[in-house]
Every structure is written in structure tokens, then in C-alpha cells.
Design a binder for this molecule. Sequence first.
Ligand code: ZN
Length: 337
Amino acid sequence: MSDIVHELEQKKKELQQEISEAENKKSAENIKTKYLKSFMGELYKKLKTSEDPELKKQMGRAINEFKEYASEKIDHLIEEFVSEKKSNKYDNTIFKNNIKIGHYHPITKLYKKIEKVLISMGFSVVQGPEIELDRYNFEKLNIPAHHPARDMQDTFYVSIPNILLRSHTSSVQIRTMETRQPPIQIISPGTVYRVDDIDPQHTPMFYQVEGLMVGEKISFSNLKAILTKLLKEIFGNEAKVRFRPTYYPYTEPSAAIDVSCVECGGKGCRTCGNSGWIVVLGSGMVHPNVLEGVGYDSEKYTGFAFGLGLNRLALIYYGLGEIRKLYENNVSLWKQL
Ligand SMILES: [Zn+2]
């Protein structure tokens, strides 16, 4: 008796294996012939030749059980192929794409736009470290130790007094000029840090793009032409651009640049504080002290620099309202922008 039980157990395993490997209706039907006709035929023959009536009874029960099991499994398999549920089970060429594709962050999108315009005007992109030396972040930019401008850019120190998280990308100006001779025409995007409490307009970490152009006979007209072109490319040709005198320690003269408010077109609204204008850029002619500090002859070379806050610009450009929205990573919102 144990022989046939053992044999049937073994056959069950083989059947399961063949069912899992079946590729189409034809192979399922072959399985049916093999197990329910040929194999059953053999079993019945064995049953007939058995002489012990008790043993015969037990064998008959075991065979019927197997037959029932096999019929059910095989019929189910054939049914699956008929309804085609299983017909492509092993088609490895089918790729179910369930990966959700994200979207460019508005800051990246806006930066790419700015970069494209400036590269088309001959600028190249350089990078600088975020952990910076005081020398590059302040000292060489004409901001000595007790200069009041340091208070406006209160930053995080990694090691007092010399190593800090850069408070602006202007440090890259110095690093570039120290290692290269004019003509220089670069932009440098990146993260900057300041000790600011988080509010609708401020975060302690934000993004800037710095620009620098130094060479012979570079004048304020070049600054004006390039930055007007940049802003018109971003905000459209109808946008008005205004230059106002301001103060930065590393430029002289310095200009704050405004564009006509994108919300009200210059009439005055909440976004522009009723002035009709929005500040978007800081700029100026590179201070002779800065040029001399990196070993340039300030009689021979002149240049201009500019910096813009990408977060602020993205808020204005996309009409997002408050800066925290930029850190919420709302992909469905990004897709609409
Ligand atoms: Zn306005």
C-alpha cells in the first residue's frame, strides 16, 4: 500500500510542477492526457491485479483521491488559458510601468531658464564650496571683520572665526578670479545660508545665482544690457526694468534692479506693496579693492557682478505666495507650474 501512496505523492509533485510550467492550452491538454488517461490506465491495471480485497479498497480510495485532485487542477488550468488570463504569463517582454515620474522643482525649472539665457550670452557655469572660508565669503569681498554688512548676512559658523556656511554665492567670484585671468564671464548657482527665522518670506537656507563678467572696457552699459535682456527673457518683453542706486560693499556703483509687478503690471497691488515694482536682482561694478585683492590691475580691468535669490524669484514668477510652498514637494502642484 505504501508503495502506491508514495508514488501518488510523487506524481502530485510532478503534476504541480508541470502545471506551473504550462505555457498554453495545448500544453494543459497534454497534461490532462498524461495524468488522467495514461497514468490512470496504469493505476487501474495495478488495481485489477491486486488480490487482497482490503488492499484493493485502500488503493481504490487513494486513486480516486488523486484523480479528483488532478482533474480539478488541470481543468482549472485549461479554463485559465481559455479565458486568456494566463496566456502571457511568461512573456518577459511585457513591462508594466508603475514607476511614478516626478517633475522638475520650480526652482530648478527657473534656474534652467536663467542658465540657458546666460549661457547663450557667453557665460559658463562654475561651482564653489558651501562650507567656505571667511576670506572668500567676506574679507576679499571688501567686507572686513567689523564691517556692518556682516550683520546683514549673519551666518552659521562651522569653526569661529574662519570657517562658515557661505552667506552668498559671491564667494565664487573670488575663487574664480584668484585662479584665472580676465576675460571672465561666469555664473555660479548654489545653496546659501543665513540665520533667518522661518516666515512666509525667509528660510535659513536658500538658493542664489551669482554672475561675474570681468575684462577690458567692461562698463555699466554692459551690465545694464545683459541684465535687462535676462529679465525680459524671464518675465517677457513687456516687463519694465528699473535700476536704482543702492549699496553693496563689493561693488561701486551698485544697483538694485526691479521689474514691473507681474501681478498688477505696475498699477500697484499687495504683492508689490502698491509700488508697482518688485526687486529681483542686486548688481554693480566690481569694487576696485576686490579686483586689486585678487591681483588684477583695476586700471586695466573692470567688471560687473550680479546676484539673484532664486527662491524669491520663483515665488514671484510662479505666484506661489509664500516661500514654504517651495519646500513642500507637492509634485501635482509642480506639474501645473
Ligand atoms: Zn503689483
